[in-house]
Design a protein around this ligand. Structure first.
Ligand code: NAG
Ligand code: NAG
Ligand code: NAG
Ligand code: NAG
Ligand code: NAG
Ligand code: NAG
Ligand code: NAG
Ligand code: NAG
Ligand code: NAG
Ligand code: NAG
Ligand code: NAG
Ligand code: NAG
Length: 755
């Protein structure tokens, strides 16, 4: 289920604010009767307050009292302050003169909705969204006959709406979205004369939706993701809604005839959301919607060409065609889009082929990944001065990269057939933050002018033919977090002549399968400052989360750890990994590796490292994946590695290691193959027993077993490693999210534990 509503949040709140200000006429800051103040204080004391809300002035700022009687008439509590159970005997319900009550975005700890709300029979506005309320809506709410606004969205409320809503002829705004209401949608809702805002989306409510609506004042209607199984004739049912500006029917199948109709319909519409509506042909009625600003047709099955008239809608700014079967465009590619007012355009995940059209003149965000576009990226792209995000990855573009990347914040051209150099045209003040040109046929050197991109965070040039030495000079970029040079023709040392590498913020360094040589000094890993595991300063969960209220984009990376491979994984902001595999590095593994406490995955396999496995590995306490295979390491596996309780994958095969594999730990839980091809390793999981087995005392055995238990406990709690669980779970759950949608919260929930 996609949830386009997130990106339209701002618009919705503007609309709902409009409704509020027109229906209530209340003056703040009146003096309250001492009894009422006392009651408010008792109410406040029923709850645990979060630290930012403890002072009374903050609390009382949302209170308004009648200027004659001193009775509390308006109570607007700031979201996030109240935490605890709202009981039936709460002092709140003594405030019987309340007309406006806003308790939205607090946390009433999964308690039921108290039936005492029915006592507040003067209420005109009751806002209880996002509070964790649970269970049946009490029948006493029927007593609130003066209600003009009722918001119960984002709780876990259930019950039948019919009895709650019958005879509410004064209702102006109703929002019960994202709950568990069931039963048929009460048909009297569609004839309530004052109704202006109706949101029933994301409930189990069922149809039929066959009776034409007669709601002359309805402006916002959201019926997405209900349990409506029959096809909806949109034109017949909604054509009388003359004031409608916002319509969301995502997740409801529409009848083919209504989609194909060119009847004049709701000309006032500004927002039309028809994702997952089982639409096979481009909806013709859209042509007459001359006020349309947002059009979402994602996750349908529309084939053929995008009609040319679409681009002439004068106010269209956001267009989402993601995940359909479009193959091309009507009209001339040089003009048809260029004159359009569209600023945000998502054409990704379709079957577009042929050349790419000249983009709209005022385009800001342009996504067309996963299509079959061929030919060159049009030079006119360089003329689009507002362009912020350009994602043309997973296509068949040929030719060279246009010489204007420095003007674009996010550039993703991954998996095309682009040739030539990465243009050395990044000017002073270049705004590029993400540059992904992986899996092309690029040659030449990394452009030195990248140094002009002081905001650069993510650089991925993997799987090309770049012939250069290691870019030590990138160290000058203060925010660089991800550098991937995998599978190119990079060569020479990766260690600067003196001292450590010390990129200031690097978290992911992948340089595998190149021709790097030389050894690493002992202090190589000193002064990598990014050593703590926590979400970044901006409290984002993923790297490159450039969400705005219009669109979202997250950097993705092919994750290769624990012997697994995941394409296009979203990267947690507190994830850190190093991959030097498949080069010709030699000498000892630097002891300073132990300083990288936040490192989660390390791959040094397939090099010529010699000497012992440093004991300092034991300090890399978050390590989950360690691959040292195919080197020339000798000596014993340090017993200190047992301290790495998150270590879920280890491979030391094909070295010259000897001695006993540390027994009774997570290490022995690995497959045999992880230890094979060594000179003389013994102990589990190998079959070779160690000859000089020391005679262990009973205490030692117990201690050993405790160690095992401890590991198991950790494994149960976090298996297969918290961060991996998250990272991999995401990849499995979401091969790249739909582009516009801010799906942050939802993904996070889905990601956990899905491995
Ligand atoms: C009380 O407030 C209302 C408006 O809210 C105003 O019209 C009225 O004059 C005020 N009465 C007094 C006594 O201040
Ligand atoms: C209700 O309160 C919440 C939290 O303070 C606020 O975000 C919201 O805008 C308020 N709603 C209205 C309609 O005033
Ligand atoms: C409300 O009821 C709870 C038990 O349901 C009780 O513990 C609490 O003291 C009561 N509060 C008041 C103010 O009466
Ligand atoms: C609701 O109203 C009825 C009368 O209309 C009354 O008997 C009942 O007590 C009220 N319920 C509450 C909870 O106030
Ligand atoms: C609705 O109003 C009608 C008459 O106006 C009345 O007969 C009916 O009982 C009311 N229903 C509810 C649930 O109050
Ligand atoms: C959806 O509606 C049908 C009846 O139309 C009902 O049988 C089914 O249980 C409903 N599903 C859910 C999830 O509410
Ligand atoms: C594309 O849309 C279809 C529904 O039309 C849905 O089943 C499918 O999962 C979507 N695919 C992607 C990649 O979003
Ligand atoms: C790119 O073209 C090749 C043939 O040259 C084809 O096999 C491949 O499927 C195309 N890829 C895309 C993404 O269209
Ligand atoms: C770029 O824009 C200028 C004027 O705005 C125009 O003269 C030029 O032809 C454009 N170039 C391309 C490649 O579209
Ligand atoms: C940075 O950009 C300027 C032009 O704006 C250019 O002259 C300079 O060479 C660039 N810096 C590097 C390191 O290439
Ligand atoms: C890399 O470039 C150098 C010249 O700069 C050339 O001698 C060498 O052959 C190139 N290596 C590869 C693998 O293309
Ligand atoms: C690491 O940084 C500290 C302080 O910034 C500095 O004193 C020290 O010399 C650095 N170590 C190396 C090896 O450069």
């Amino acid at each position: 289920m996609s949830n386009s509503r997130f990106c339209l949040l701002s618009l919705v709140s503007i609309l709902s604010l409009l409704i509020i200000t027109t229906t209530t006429n209340l003056v703040a800051g009146q003096r309250c009767h001492p009894d009422q103040t006392e009651t408010l204080k008792r109410f406040k004391n029923e709850f645990a307050f979060s630290s930012s809300c403890t002072d009374d002035t903050h609390f009382l700022s949302g209170v308004t009292c009648d200027n004659v009687t001193g009775a509390v008439t308006v109570l607007k509590l700031p979201g996030g302050c109240l935490r605890g159970t709202l009981r039936d005997n709460s002092s709140l319900f003594e405030l019987s003169h309340l007309r406006h009550l806003n308790l939205s975005f607090n946390n009433f700890a999964s308690s039921p909705l108290p039936s005492s709300f029915g006592q507040l029979h003067n209420l005109e506005v009751l806002l209880l969204s996002s509070n964790g309320f649970l269970g049946q809506v009490p029948s006493s709410l029927r007593n609130l006959t003066k209600l003009t606004q009722l918001q119960l969205a984002h709780n876990k409320l259930t019950g039948d709406l019919t009895s709650l809503l019958q005879n509410r002829t004064s209702l102006v705004a109703l929002d019960v979205s994202s709950n568990e209401f069931y039963g048929t949608i009460p048909s009297f809702l569609f004839t309530m004369p004052s109704l202006s805002f109706l949101d029933l989306s994301e409930n189990h409510l069922s149809g039929p939706l066959e009776t034409p609506f007669s709601l002359p004042n309805l402006r916002v209607l959201k019926l997405s993701y209900l349990n409506i199984t029959h096809q909806l004739d949109l034109i017949r049912v909604f054509s009388s809604l003359k004031s409608l500006t916002y319509l969301d029917l995502s997740g409801i199948s529409l009848t083919p005839t209504s989609v194909d109709s060119d009847i004049n319909f709701a000309k006032s519409l500004r927002v039309l959301l028809l994702s997952e509506c089982n639409i096979y042909e481009f909806p013709r009625f859209v042509k007459s919607l001359t006020n349309l600003e947002f059009l979402y047709l994602s996750d349908n099955r529309i084939k053929g060409n995008v009609p040319d008239w679409l681009w002439t809608l004068p106010h269209l700014t956001s267009l989402n065609l993601y995940n359909n079967s479009f193959t091309g465009f009507e009209g001339s590619l040089d003009h048809v889009l260029a004159n359009s007012s569209v600023q945000v355009l998502d054409m990704a995940y379709n079957c577009f082929n042929g050349s790419f059209p000249d983009p709209p003149l005022f385009i800001i965000n342009l996504s067309a990944w996963n299509n079959s576009f061929t030919g060159e990226i049009p030079l006119s792209t360089c003329n689009r001065t507002f362009l912020d995000v350009l994602d043309l990855s997973y296509n068949n573009f040929t030719g060279s990269i246009p010489p204007c990347l420095g003007n674009i914040n996010i550039v993703n051209l991954r998996k095309n057939k682009l040739e030539g150099n990465i243009p050395d045209e990044f000017h002073i003040g270049a705004s590029t933050q993400t540059l992904d040109v992986g899996y092309n046929q690029l040659t030449g050197k990394l452009p030195r002018s990248l140094l002009n991109c002081t905001l650069l965070k993510f650089v991925s040039v993997d799987h090309n033919r770049i012939n250069d030495t290691f870019p030590f000079w990138l160290k000058a970029l203060p925010d660089l977090k991800v550098l991937t040079l995998r599978s190119n023709r990079f060569h020479g040392p990766i260690s600067p002549p003196y001292g450590p590498l010390a990129f200031p913020k690097l978290q992911i360094l992948e340089i595998s399968h190149n021709r790097f040589t030389g050894s690493l000094p002992r202090n190589y890993f000193e002064n990598w400052t990014n050593t703590s595991l926590k979400p970044d300063d901006e409290e984002k969960m993923y790297m490159g989360d450039y969400s705005s209220d219009r669109f979202g984009y997250e950097d993705t990376l092919d994750l290769q750890y624990k012997g697994l491979y995941m394409e296009q994984g979203k990267v947690l902001t507190f994830y850190s990994a190093i991959d030097f595999s498949g080069n010709k590095l030699e000498g000892e593994i630097p002891e300073s590796i132990g300083l990288l406490k936040a490192l989660i995955a390390l791959n040094l396999s397939n090099n010529s490292f010699t000497g012992r496995i440093p004991m300092s590995f034991a300090n890399v306490s978050e390590l989950e994946s360690l691959d040292l295979s195919e080197n020339k390491l000798s000596g014993e596996i340090p017993h200190e590695l047992r301290r790495l309780t998150y270590l879920a994958y280890i491979d030391v095969s094909d070295n010259q290691l000897t001695g006993e594999i540390p027994q009774g730990t997570q290490i022995t839980g690995q497959p045999k193959s992880s230890f094979e091809g060594n000179l003389g390793l013994c102990g589990l999981p190998l079959e070779e027993r160690c000859f000089t087995e020391k005679t262990t005392s009973i205490e030692e055995v117990e201690e050993e077993e405790e160690g095992v238990l401890k590991w198991r406990a950790v494994a149960i709690g976090y298996a297969p490693g918290v961060l991996f669980g998250l990272a991999i779970g995401h990849v499995v759950a979401l091969y790249r999210p739909e582009w516009f949608i801010k799906s942050y919260g939802q993904n996070r929930l889905r990601g956990v534990g899905s491995l």
